[in-house]
Structure formats: C-alpha cells, structure tokens
Design a protein around this ligand. Structure first.
Ligand SMILES: NC(=O)c1ccc[n+]([C@@H]2O[C@H](COP(=O)([O-])OP(=O)(O)OC[C@H]3O[C@@H](n4cnc5c(N)ncnc54)[C@H](OP(=O)(O)O)[C@@H]3O)[C@@H](O)[C@H]2O)c1
Length: 321
C-alpha cells in the first residue's frame, strides 16, 4: 500500500510518500480502505517529537473508509460498511488496521471526509465541556485556540448546550471572524490583547466558568487567570509546544479546578464510544458542522502538515489517498 511515512522526528519535510507493507487483520479488528484522513493536532506533535513505534513510522489518529476485511472474533461489523476510526497511529495510509472497538458506523449518505474528522475533535471537546468541565446552561465558556479542530467543535457544542457567553482566542482577527457563525460571541486576538484582561472586561470581572485549553504553556496560565469563582479549566493539549509551568496559587481561594483530559484513556468505555457515535449521528443530521478547511492528496502529506503549521487552517485539514 501507499503511505506517508517518516524515519525520524522533525518538520513536515520528514514525511515521505512510499510503499509500505499492507496491514494484517487482528482477530478483534478490521482493515479499512482509507477514503479520508483527518490530520489531528496530535499528529503534527507526534511527527515532531513522538516515539517512532514502527520503522518507518506511519503517524495518525483518525481516518475513515470502507471495511474490506473483518477479524474472526468481530461479529458486529461487516465488509462494505463505512466507518470512522481512531487508533494511536497508522492513519496516513491507503489501508489501516484498527480494533473493532475504535470504529463508528457512518450513517448512509454522510460525507466520509466529515465523519473522519469527528471522533477526536468532537469527542474531546464534549468531554472537556461536560464530563470534566460540568458546563451548565447560561455559563460563560472560553475556548483557547478557537480555530483549532477541538476549538471549532467546542464552540458549537457550548452553543448547543445553552452557554450564556462564548469567548475564544486565536492568533488573528481573521481567524476569529470565521468562528462567529459557529456560535462565538466575542473573539480575543491574543497577538494584540492580554487574554485574561479581555475575559474580565467582557464578563464584568466575573471570569469564565469553563475553559477549554488545548494550547498549554503560558496560555494555560492565561486560562487560570481568566477563571470565575468555582471556574473549571479542562487542560487537554500542548499545541503551543512550550513547557507547562504554571502558578496554581489562585485556585484554592477561588474554589477553582484544573482537570487534565485525555480522550484516549476512556475511548474504550461504553460512555465515550456511544458519545462519539451520538456526535457523528448529530453531524449527519446537520446539527453540528464539521469544518474542513482544505483537502490534500496523501502524496502531499508534507505540504498538508506544513499548511497546518502555517496557522492558516480553521478546523480540519483532510487528506485523500
Ligand atoms: N488530550 C486529548 O485527549 C486530546 C485530544 C485532541 C487533541 N489534543 C491536543 O490538543 C491540541 C490541539 O489539537 P487540535 O487537533 O485541535 O489542533 P489543531 O487543529 O492543529 O490546532 C492547533 C491550534 O493551536 C494554536 N496554536 C497555538 N500555539 C501554537 C503553536 N506554537 N504551533 C501551532 N499551533 C499553535 C493554533 O491556533 P492560533 O494560530 O489561532 O493560535 C492552531 O490552530 C494538540 O496538542 C493535541 O495533541 C488532545
């Protein structure tokens, strides 16, 4: 099969489009013919500094396509079904082996590219807001990196849940503008404004009740400084690629909390599995929008990763084998 592989960590240029061995089916898994690969923020981070668990390594969490082989112990999936899949690696390829547990059936007629982009982004955003953030109707939400894959999902899910005020940050006004139609009330351009001061100004000094932070580093300190009394930060990523050194001194007095969120730790549970299927079904029914910024051929994986790192993309970049 064809795949985008790398032999060493580094920038987008380490990705090479080559022949690689076809994956073998596991008794508890399936093989899909990949039709769409959604490039996750974690894929670019893994390419940059993640372990190469295979040599050469095929990176990538999310891909969707058609099942072409089913393991002997799998009885709820069949050849010919279209599924969205999630695994710790292996999305950047024409074929992919995944555990049957990490497959979600794509409703008939729903766009496979959009389905590919749902499990990690919407599943994670949903857990950040509700399972760990305990968002209540009418509360104020701040989404750091609102134009990211997780960010565009979080803005929409917060809006659907009846959040009172939805704030988000991004590196430019142009990026923030594109989030308004998804439910954003006020954008904060962190290149020109201090985030915590702006959150306090926009909330009458009350702060944000729930904050989704997938950037980390100094941004996480800004999130802590933006919290309301009893506010909750869901710390879910390290897109900023800087050390997570923060001062949590203000948490106690304000009865505030900071939760780490890792979808992968619970993706095998019925709770998360069923939640992701629910989110796919909602998107297929037109109730959530999957924002796809650009589509590249898999042969141009290096260019696709470089485009993401140029910070021009809003939502997801997808590749097609
Ligand atoms: N824990 C989990 O379960 C989980 C699940 C999903 C994702 N994640 C993590 O969450 C993070 C975001 O994922 P994603 O898929 O939403 O990412 P993405 O779509 O690639 O977007 C990342 C965003 O981060 C912002 N950013 C800030 N500093 C950056 C920097 N130095 N380099 C690149 N981008 C920077 C950029 O927006 P601006 O230019 O507007 O700042 C960019 O759009 C990643 O660290 C990922 O690993 C974790």
């Amino acid at each position: 099969m064809k795949a985008a592989v790398y032999y060493e960590n580094g920038g987008p240029e380490v990705l090479k489009y080559e022949d690689a061995p076809d994956p073998q089916v596991h008794p508890k898994g399936v093989i899909i013919r990949v039709e769409a690969i959604a490039i996750e923020g974690g894929d670019t981070l893994n390419r940059w500094r993640g372990p190469l668990i295979t040599h050469p390594h095929i990176v990538g969490y999310q891909a969707a396509g058609e099942i072409i082989e089913v393991g002997a112990e799998v009885d709820h999936l069949h050849v010919g079904q279209k599924v969205a899949t999630l695994n710790s690696a292996g999305s950047h390829a024409a074929l992919r082996a995944v555990p049957a547990r990490n497959c979600w059936v794509i409703p008939d007629g729903f766009d496979v590219q959009k389905a590919a982009a749902i499990p990690v982004t919407f599943g994670t955003a949903d857990d950040c807001l509700f399972e760990f953030g305990r968002l209540q109707k009418g509360e104020t939400v701040l989404v750091q990196a609102g134009a990211s894959g997780v960010g565009v999902a979080a803005i929409q899910l917060a809006k659907r849940a009846g959040a009172g005020l939805i704030l988000a940050t991004a590196s430019s006004d142009e990026r923030l503008e594109k989030l308004k139609r998804l439910g954003l009330d006020h954008g904060i351009n962190y290149s020109t404004h201090d985030v915590a001061s702006e959150v306090m100004r926009l909330t009458d000094n009350k702060g944000a009740n729930v904050i989704v932070d997938s950037v980390g580093g100094p941004t996480l300190q800004g999130s802590i400084n933006s919290l309301a009394y009893r506010g909750r930060v869901s710390m879910v990523g390290a897109a900023g690629r800087e050390p997570m050194v923060v001062d949590v001194g203000s948490m106690m007095g304000g009865n505030r909390s900071l939760s780490g969120v890792f979808l992968g730790a619970e993706v095998g549970t019925d709770r998360v599995h069923n939640n992701i299927q629910r989110l796919i079904d909602l998107a297929a029914a037109g109730e959530l929008e999957v924002v796809i910024d650009r589509v590249f051929p898999l042969a141009q994986a290096a260019a696709a990763h470089a485009y993401i790192e140029s910070r021009a993309a809003v939502g997801r970049v997808v590749m097609v084998p």
